[in-house]
Design a protein. Structure first.
Length: 134
């Protein structure tokens, strides 16, 4: 008798998280997003932003004023998936997506949102959906 061992689930690579958020969930504002999904996406974006800023500076090395064209184009392309992910992350901790407007409070708004995005997920289901398994 042969024993069949099911294959282990492979953990997705960091780039697969990015693909999932950007392409599969481009403008999905409902549901939940885990801390892992949020932070992999954020880390990848920070790296891409640094690269685009570096390229913008290199391209425009001879100019007196810098216009960050590549960085601006990347920001425009990534804005909707980034906002959708942040709202799904707030849903994961049990908060409404409207809390994203806290960012408009001068000085402390960004800090408050950063802390909220670091909070652990609410276990089990909540009114925004089932708990993410990743």
């Amino acid at each position: 008798m042969d024993i069949i061992i099911p294959p282990k689930k492979k953990k997705p690579s960091p780039f697969s998280w990015y693909e999932k958020v950007v392409f599969e969930k481009y403008a999905k504002f409902s549901g939940r997003a885990s801390r892992r999904e949020y932070w992999w996406f954020t880390l990848f974006n920070v790296i891409v932003y640094c690269i685009t800023i570096f390229l913008d500076i290199k391209i425009q090395n001879n100019l007196d004023d810098y216009m960050f064209y590549l960085t601006a184009i990347y920001f425009i392309l990534i804005f909707i998936p980034m906002l959708a992910l942040q709202i799904r992350r707030l849903h994961d901790i049990g908060c409404s997506g409207w809390f994203e407007l806290i960012i408009f409070i001068p000085s402390i708004g960004s800090l408050i949102l950063l802390i909220m995005h670091c909070l652990p997920s609410k276990s089990g289901n909540n009114k925004y959906g089932t708990q993410p398994d990743y």
